[in-house]
Design a protein around this ligand. Sequence first.
Ligand code: FE2
Ligand code: FE2
Length: 249
Amino acid sequence: MSAPPKLQRLREMTNALPVQDFEDEDEEEGRGGIRNCESSVPEVRNHSAILRPTPIRNLNGAQGPPSHSLPASHSILSLLTNSIAMKLKTIEDLLHHELKDLFSAENQLVKALPKMAKAANNSELQEGFEEHLEQTKTHVERLEKIAEILDIKLSGMTCKAMKGLVEEGAEMIDEDAETHVKDAGLIGAAQRVEHYEIAGYGTAKALALQLGHDDVADLLEETLDEEKDTDAKLTEIAEAVLEEHHAEG
Ligand SMILES: [Fe+2]
Ligand SMILES: [Fe+2]
C-alpha cells in the first residue's frame, strides 16, 4: 500500500520513519479499532503513524522505541502517558486519586438522590433515599475534612463511573412501569451506587492504613459502614416491596 502524500513528504524530510515496519507490526497483532479508525481518516493516520510505536511499546512494558523511530519525548501520547504515570507515582498519589474520585461521586449523588426520592412510590423507600441524602452530605464533609488533614484539593475530577450509574438511575426514573416494578428498579440502581462506593471507600481505607494515616482511615471507615448499612436497608426494602405486591396480587 502506498503511503499517503503527507506521510510520504514527512518520510522524505526526516528519512527516519519506516512506516512499512509499523504496518507489519499491526498485521502481526491484528487490526484493532485504532487502525480501522486510521484507515478511514487519513489525517489521523498520518499523525498516529508517527506516534504509534513509542507509546504501545512503553505501555506494554517492553524495551524503549527502536532506534529508527522518533524518541519517546517526541510523542504526544507518550508525554500524556508519562504525565499520568507521574501523577500516580506513589501509593500516596493513588490515595489522593481515589479520594478525588469519591468526592466527585458523592457530589453527583447529592444532586441525584432527591430525584430518586421523588420517583419512589413506596414511602419507606422514599424516606430511605432522603435519609441517605443527608448521610451523603456528611460523606462529602468527611472527605473535605480528610482533604484538610492531607492538605490536598479534591475538586477538579469527574467520577465517570458514578456519572454512568446516575444516568442509569435517571433512565429508571423515566421508565413507564408499575409502581412496585419502578421501586424495585430504583433500588437496583441505588444498590449499584452503594456497591461502587463500598469498593471505593474500601480501597481508600486500605491505602490510608498502609500509609499510616490512621485518622483518615477512621473517617473513611465511618462512611464505608454507612454505605454498607444503606445497601442492607435497600435489600430489606426491596423484599418488603415485592412481598407487599405479592400479598396484594
Ligand atoms: Fe456516600
Ligand atoms: Fe451511598
